[in-house]
Design a protein. Structure first.
Lengths: 290, 160
């Protein structure tokens, strides 16, 4: 009577995890240990990401106001890109993984915007290895420049201006630039957003241009300065979004690991009890035969 | 009329060097002064801002003609009411917008009081040495820029 009931109990429980007929205690124990370790790792990664988020967010606020300040001129002048201008797409992401959908979000948005945009594509610049991987899948021929070593720490203005300098002095010819980055909306939400950098001609052709009095060479320097500023803004805000997404991803991973540990512990205990029960049955039938 | 003239005078600090244009319009000058790592002024209402531009020193009041000015390494003075604050900036741009808002973006800016004359003297000597006897052209050029900034900084620190 006991013998017939022991087997079905074990297999009903394991249906939720994996179909396991003769899972031994040893196997379940090994799996349990490895999932517990993974849970510890993801928990510590979540802690690290949480501390980085608050710092990154503070830097982001400053970078936002800095970038918005310098871009105010083009906003006031209502600048729009001219018809025939070629556009370069700068995809701002990072090298690191385990941060949710950050990289695929910018890549998807870039692909969509490239498809919708009528302006000729001058090329694609990727900031970060993960972004490079994503964009290589779809626009391999367009990628002109790629940068790495991005995302380890909060981006500094020096890094952004070095990147801007490299892009501007490279062989890539372009009139306008669009930087795609992940805009930080809240602790759980981010969205891929473009920042447009206009060319000098487009600025001169804009509505309120005549309101401003300035020198020609100042305008050129200002445009380059603006490009570096926008790049800095995109990098810092992208970093903040990434840290927040990593925190969320690690939190989910820890929660899932915890659930798996609970389920496996149940299975382990049931299997252990079943083993004890069958031993008892052996002993009792042996004793009753005497 | 005498009473009016006196009350207007009380708002502005008395200066010997420059004479002011007419007092600001009703909206006033709104200043946003930002560096990458810090927002020094955010949409603050100020009376006047003196900037060191490549094209010359200028004082910006409300309703100034909209323009974009490149800043040279020098002092930016913000006059709000009776007090004035001086910042040394390494470079950047100042844009005056039609809506009477002044945006200044500088790469680095610090209050002039925070600088130590000793360190400036030391760094200046070092930079001058590299400018004359540096290894590569690039090094010499970078050192020349450093000398220019430090000389301007020294003048600013000694002037106060």
């Amino acid at each position: 009577m006991f013998a017939t009931r022991a087997q079905p109990v074990a297999s009903v429980l394991s249906a939720g995890v994996q179909t396991r007929n003769m899972a031994t205690l040893r196997e379940i124990q090994l799996r349990l240990n490895s999932i517990k370790n993974i849970g510890k790792i993801t928990k510590s990664m979540k802690m690290i990401a949480s501390t980085k988020v608050s710092k990154a967010q503070r830097a982001m606020e400053t970078a936002r106001s800095y970038g918005a300040t310098s871009a105010a001129v083009y906003k006031n002048a209502n600048t729009v890109p001219l018809e025939t201008e070629s556009n370069i797409w700068v995809v701002s992401s990072s090298d690191r993984g385990l941060c949710g959908g950050i990289h695929s979000s910018v890549a998807k948005a870039t692909r969509k915007l490239i498809a919708e945009d009528t302006a000729p594509v001058a090329g694609v610049v990727v900031l970060g290895d993960k972004a490079k991987n994503q964009m290589t899948r779809s626009n391999r021929g367009d990628i002109k420049l790629s940068f790495n070593q991005i995302g380890k720490a909060i981006p500094t203005f020096a890094e952004a201006s070095a990147a801007a300098d490299t892009i501007l002095t490279s062989d890539v010819k372009f009139d306008t630039a669009t930087i795609i980055y992940n805009k930080f909306q809240s602790a759980i939400a981010y969205e891929a957003t473009p920042i447009k950098n206009y060319s000098i001609e487009a600025f001169k052709a804009s509505e309120n241009f005549t309101a401003y009095e300035l020198d020609e060479e100042v305008l050129e320097n200002y445009n380059e300065f603006l490009f570096a500023n926008n790049l800095y803004w995109a990098l810092v805000e992208g970093h903040a979004s990434e840290m927040s997404a990593k925190r969320n991803a690690m939190e989910n991973a820890t929660k899932n690991a915890g659930e798996m540990v609970d389920r496996l512990t149940m299975t382990y205990n049931r299997t252990r009890q079943a083993a004890i029960t069958s031993e008892l049955v052996d002993i009792i039938t042996g004793a009753s035969a005497l | 009329m005498n009473f009016l003239a006196r009350s207007v005078r009380a708002v502005r600090p008395v200066r010997l060097v420059r004479s002011y244009a007419t007092e600001a319009a009703a909206t006033g000058l709104r200043l946003t002064f930002a560096v990458p790592h810090q927002t020094i002024y955010k949409d603050a209402s100020v009376a006047q801002v003196n900037i060191a531009a490549v094209s010359g020193d200028m004082g910006i009041l409300a309703s100034h003609v909209p323009s974009i000015e490149q800043l040279r390494p020098g002092v930016i003075e913000v006059l709000e009411g009776a007090s004035s604050k001086k910042f040394f900036v390494s470079g950047g741009f100042a844009t005056m917008n039609p809506d009477s808002s002044l945006n200044i973006n500088a790469i680095e800016a610090f209050p002039v009081e925070d600088f130590s004359a000793e360190t400036i003297r030391h760094n200046l000597a070092e930079a001058q040495r590299i400018a004359t006897s540096g290894a590569t052209e690039e090094e010499k050029l970078a050192a020349k820029i450093e000398v220019e900034v430090l000389e301007s900084l020294q003048a600013a620190v000694n002037a106060k």
